[in-house]
Design a protein around this ligand. Structure first.
Ligand code: GDP
Length: 363
């Protein structure tokens, strides 16, 4: 399962956000199997409107959304790359995630101390990204020493040296490794380093409930920074999310519309994270369940089948495949079949977003 790590300075709303994500997932637990792995790791359903449409067509007993993991990574403070706070242990935690959600404080509240004394998203983002970049720089420099020795008379080693030199130049300018222009071979040669600033990032601009609809000047600052870095921004109010969970379901829409919004930001954050990771969804549907499965772009039909069970991949024969839109337009599998829209696909077929798959396989 893919993992996204929530980072940010202390008191910006990370835990509030994480708890809202987990509580939201638990509230849906009646509808799908749920598990909490560790206190700071939560498994969250990816909202997908197509599931209920399909479940109706198939009269499915249950709906099973696909999921991603969120990890609350506390402890990043100024100086972490030099071992301050939880320091290196914290940075090691981030190395294991696939994407980063950086929560940025964009709300004013005199009762809640800001570690640097005032609300200033640009400074906060710089503080965090500097720690990440310094840690990457140390990592890349250590590696470069070794790579140079190994590169003597070795072409592959030369590729790595070139890649590391480019990365170090970018990091020295205080830029994220993500912005280095590496070719495919160079990219591959440094993948194992797990550079923090090479990971895709979403900024979660945490606003007060009054600013959820319109944003504020701090959110604009975050958006400007994100645009320069090819990163995304989701405006969210952790506070609103934590209040929403306390409300009975029928009152939530009223509460949100009183704030001038149709959703609180949690759903968009989950969706944005999913998209950021380059993930695709295919669907299976029948009387028992309608279910979403996660694959990465470019996976073949047998590989996609392997996500359900490795036996499906090994014994794969073919799949009956119909696009979600085609099935919905014609209202039933048999109607879609009559129109010739249900295709028989073999083992080289590249599964597309929204494909509905029925696998035929040998056991
Ligand atoms: P963390 O240290 O980043 O995990 O921050 P917490 O989630 O523990 O939040 C720190 C404090 O800020 C808590 O008292 C939260 O209730 C409060 N807080 C979080 N988000 C908001 C918000 O959007 N508005 C306001 N006013 N307070 C918030």
């Amino acid at each position: 399962m893919l993992r996204a790590g929530i980072v940010g300075l202390p008191n910006v709303g990370k835990s509030t956000l994480f708890n809202a994500l987990v509580a939201n997932a638990k509230a849906q637990a009646a509808n799908f199997p749920f598990c909490t792995i560790e206190p700071n790791v939560g498994v969250v359903a990816v909202p997908d409107e197509r599931l209920s449409v399909l479940a109706k067509i198939s009269q499915s007993e249950q709906i099973v959304p696909t999921r991603i993991e969120f990890v609350d990574i506390a402890g990043l403070v100024k100086g972490a790359s030099q071992g301050e706070g939880l320091g290196n242990q914290f940075l090691a935690n981030i190395r294991e995630v696939d994407a980063i959600v950086q929560v940025v404080r964009c709300f004013e509240d005199d009762d809640i101390i800001h570690v640097s004394g005032s609300v200033d998203p640009a400074r906060d983002i710089e503080t965090i990204n500097l720690e990440l970049a310094l840690s990457d720089l140390a990592q890349a420099e250590r590696r470069l020493d070794r790579a140079r020795k190994q590169a003597r008379g070795n072409k592959d080693g030369k590729v790595e040296v070139d890649a590391l030199e480019k990365l170090i130049a970018i990091l020295n300018e205080g830029q994220p490794a993500r912005l280095a222009s590496l070719n495919d071979d160079e990219q591959e040669s440094v993948k194992g380093l797990g550079l923090l600033t090479a990971k895709p990032i979403i900024y979660g601009a945490n606003v007060s409930e009054d600013d959820l609809a319109e944003g504020n000047e701090w959110v604009e600052q975050v958006k400007q920074i994100a645009a320069q870095e090819n990163a995304q921004v989701v405006t969210i109010s952790a506070q609103v999310e934590s209040e929403l969970i306390e409300l009975p379901e029928e009152d939530r829409d009223d509460f949100l519309s009183s704030l001038g919004v149709s959703e609180g930001g949690l759903q968009s954050l989950i969706r944005a994270t999913y998209t950021l990771l380059g993930l695709r969804t295919y669907l299976t549907t029948g009387p028992k369940e309608t279910r979403a499965w996660t694959i990465t772009a470019g996976m073949t039909a047998p590989q996609a089948a392997g996500v359900i069970h490795s036996d499906f991949e090994r014994g794969f024969i073919r799949s009956e495949t119909v696009a979600y839109e085609d099935l919905v337009t014609h209202g039933s599998m048999s109607a879609a079949k009559e129109k010739g829209l249900v295709r028989s696909e073999g083992k080289d077929y590249i599964v597309q977003e929204g494909d509905i798959m029925l696998f035929r396989f040998n056991v």
